[in-house]
Design a binder for this molecule. Structure first.
Ligand SMILES: [Zn+2]
Length: 313
């Protein structure tokens, strides 16, 4: 099912792991199409259905844009590139080599999850020909039909992260740099938003800088991969910046703990539940913690990793 935002921007749920976790955005202009992010290798049926719903075929796709090369975003890239003959892959210069030769990326994931589970989640990433890749340096402009898409460097969550400014609507596709906001947590249409600090490149100063740069465009909306369109980005940026500070304080306070990651995770869970109660969320604590389980794990691991880099510096 394709959500139509009535501005040439569409979204569908990739269905990756669970419903409402990963959204893929589709930008259309004069019959030409860009996909923003790709989930994993299971993406193709929905991607083709999205094109079909717009009366378009695989040849209409000009770009497959990756906000960054974490595999819930980039895992479907090679299979999409195979299916879309005219498409160029757009990726941060730091991510390009991992798409040309995915061996290291895959090995990293296998180190975390084990080979069997990694293959189950991501299949086999195929190499993408270098001449089909556009390295999106800061301020790279992509022409899509009559639309212009401006790629900006947006580190903080990862150093291989870009955000994409749609010049036509003023909306910005923010990947994970502008946090995560699950629709199940909405109260009367108001979202709750948290930073994403998954390992291993979280940097609080860069994240604050990227958030400020994004709102500096005065965007009409932001489109998060987890999960889709949010209005009033300026208001949300206040919550987000405050929570980046809270995350940092939680990490620093865990320095002396025996189990640093465990302590950070517990405190992040408390922060989440406090914020959810204050927001008026009616779900049980168990339900909330279940929705955020993987994020709590990853955010705690990423903060612990950042803490370790501080101490070795
Ligand atoms: Zn990520």
């Amino acid at each position: 099912m394709l959500t139509d935002y009535h501005n040439g921007i569409f979204a569908f749920d990739a269905g990756y792991v669970r419903p409402l976790l990963v959204s893929i955005h589709v930008i259309e202009s004069d019959g030409r199409v860009a996909f923003v992010d790709t989930a994993n290798f299971e993406v193709m049926p929905q991607a083709l259905a999205a094109l079909e719903a717009r009366n378009l075929g695989p040849e209409a796709v000009d770009y497959v844009i990756l906000t960054h090369v974490h595999l819930d975003h980039a895992g479907g890239a090679s299979i999409m590139m195979k299916a879309f003959p005219n498409a160029k892959l757009v990726v941060h210069p730091r991510g390009a080599r991992h798409m040309i030769d995915p061996t290291r990326l895959m090995a990293g994931v296998e180190a975390v999850y084990g080979q069997e589970q990694a293959r189950q989640m991501y299949g086999t990433l195929l190499p993408i020909a270098a001449d089909r890749i556009i390295e999106a340096h800061d301020n790279t402009v992509l022409k899509l039909g009559s639309r212009e898409l401006l790629c900006i460097d947006s580190p903080g969550h990862a150093r291989h992260h870009i955000a994409i400014v749609d010049r036509q609507t003023g909306g910005i596709f923010t990947g994970d740099t502008f946090g995560i906001s699950y629709r199940e947590m909405d109260v009367e249409g108001q979202p709750l938003i948290f930073p994403s600090t998954s390992p291993t490149q979280f940097d609080p100063d860069e994240m604050r800088g990227s958030i400020l740069r994004i709102v500096g465009f005065n965007p009409e909306a932001v489109y998060l991969t987890h999960f889709s369109r949010l209005a009033r980005p300026l208001e949300l940026s206040q919550d987000l910046l405050e929570r980046v500070d809270r995350y940092v304080a939680i990490a620093l306070a865990a320095r002396e703990s025996k189990d640093i990651t465990g302590k950070i995770r517990d405190d992040l869970a408390d922060l989440l539940l406090d914020a959810a109660h204050q927001h008026g969320c009616l779900m049980s604590d168990e339900e909330i913690l279940e929705i955020w389980r993987t994020d709590l794990d990853l955010n705690a691991q990423g903060l612990a990793f950042w803490l370790a880099t501080l101490e070795s510096a």
